[in-house]
Design a protein around this ligand. Structure first.
Ligand code: IMP
Ligand code: MG
Length: 435
């Protein structure tokens, strides 16, 4: 039985994070992937860090889709991504040593290459922003997207023409020279070209016509799972701008990032943690600056897979999540890490923002200076829930908490994660809430 049954004629399902990233997408995609033929990344690059644990094997993926440990799936890196050749080659080595057959991996000819000078530009940009720094992952993601929009990027398709690659790198470096001159180490053009062409030999066999690849598969009746990176609140347009990443992380980004029209989309599944975290700077109304926040951080191991940075922690923000549900047109909600909240006397959900004048507001006040969260409290539970496999078996208070979240967000709950193991998911039978 499929966890999320296919809609006839709609081969593409989307699964994405609806907070600030790190919602546990890797584990969820690993679980869902068994029902699909292709798992496809549609945006971002190695700023993402998706970790999967299967028995003793633990892998951290940055670019390769999180279906890696489900052997029958093909893994596709879509045209909307920006990918460092160096990082991709290193990830190929890591996943191959975990037993992944690299022949399963394909990358779209439309995807953009992240070069070392993008990393330099990312760091220089952050330095220049000073106290207004975004807290980027420092992987060159923003500058690589800038180059695409500025029409001076290099695509994976270009790797077939070494002369064109060299010429485009030279042009990009020339255009950026005034800024790059401020770097401690100015990028060496010929070195970058030589290394790019060297890595190209290894990557090129995986480069495909990304549009034909997916559309041929859909015509052949294959099911595709589009895997989001980062989260809705980091979307370049609709997130907490300018404290965002540089790509479209919402469901619409799956269509543009894969070259697939919206009529192909069936389920749109949003993943949220049972509380909230954020890495990097920017507004976070439900943030806890007290010992409760510190406790969630410790119990939830809230430290970045990618950069090792401590994540800011707070209560579940039902205002921002309801906004995310609208932006994505969610059909289902998946809640993760509910087990981390076990043992708290009471758990909070932010249901409104209070302005300095005392009035209550919704999403329109998000990011305004001086707002404070309006917290609705729910009684906690002390029983371990890690062995729960059906939501009906949850302690009453835990069940009430997730029912309230589903109601407040306005999306039915499709699945609940109650622990770190591959099997630690509870299914919602009977269905607990249908808006
Ligand atoms: P960038 O994507 O490296 O440009 O970083 C922009 C913002 O997005 C920063 O606040 C990062 O911390 C955040 N970010 C980027 N990727 C991830 C992710 O995979 N998880 C969580 N936050 C992320
Ligand atoms: Mg992550």
């Amino acid at each position: 039985m499929h966890l999320f049954p296919a809609h006839p004629g709609r081969p593409l399902d989307i699964v994405l994070g609806i907070q600030w990233g790190d919602e546990g997408k890797g584990r969820v995609v690993d679980l869902l992937a068994r029902d699909y033929d292709i798992v496809a990344r549609f945006g971002g690059g190695d700023n993402a860090g998706h970790s999967i644990e299967v028995g003793d094997t633990k892998i951290a993926l940055r670019i390769v889709p999180s279906g890696a440990l489900v052997p029958h799936t093909r893994l596709f890196i879509g045209g909307g991504t920006v990918v460092s050749l160096e990082a991709l080659a290193a990830e190929f080595d890591r996943v191959a040593s975990a037993g992944v057959d690299l022949d399963r991996i394909a990358i779209s000819d439309r995807a953009q290459i992240v070069f070392p000078y993008h990393v330099t530009l990312d760091r220089l940009g952050e330095k220049q922003r000073g106290s207004g720094a975004i807290g980027t992952t420092g992987r060159g993601i923003g500058p690589a997207y800038v180059d695409r929009v500025a029409r001076m990027g290099v695509t994976f398709g270009d790797l077939a023409r070494p002369e064109a690659v060299a010429q485009k790198i030279r042009a990009a470096l020339l255009a950026r020279a005034p800024v790059l001159a401020a770097a401690d180490e100015v990028p060496r053009e010929e070195e970058i070209i030589a290394r790019t062409l060297e890595l190209a030999g290894r990557i090129r066999p995986h480069v495909v016509d990304g549009v034909a690849y997916l559309h041929d598969a859909m015509r052949a009746g294959k099911r595709i799972l589009a895997e989001g990176a980062q989260g809705t609140m980091l979307d370049v347009t609709y997130g907490s701008y300018p404290y965002v990443t540089s790509s479209a992380t919402i469901a619409g980004g799956a269509c543009t990032g894969l070259g697939v029209g919206p009529r192909a989309v069936g389920n749109v599944i949003g993943i949220a943690k049972a509380y909230c975290t954020r890495v990097g700077a920017g507004p976070f109304p439900s943030e806890l600056h007290d010992e409760i926040g510190a406790r969630i951080q410790e119990l939830g191991h809230e430290f970045g897979v990618n950069t090792g940075r401590a994540r800011r922690c707070g209560w579940f923000d039902a205002v921002a999540t309801r906004y995310a549900a609208e932006l994505n047109g969610l059909s289902h909600l998946i809640l993760t890490k509910l087990d981390i909240l076990t043992g708290f006397e009471r758990v909070g959900v932010v249901t409104a923002y209070r302005r300095p004048d005392g009035s209550l507001a919704g999403m329109e006040a998000f990011g305004e200076a001086g707002i404070t969260p309006e917290v609705t409290w729910y009684p906690g539970w002390s029983e371990s829930i890690r062995e729960v496999r059906e939501i009906s078996e949850l302690p009453g208070n835990a069940r009430h908490y997730i029912e309230e979240i589903s109601r407040l967000v306005g999306v039915p709950l499709g699945l609940l994660s109650v622990g770190p193991e591959r099997s630690a998911f509870a299914t919602p039978f009977p269905a607990i809430y249908v808006p």
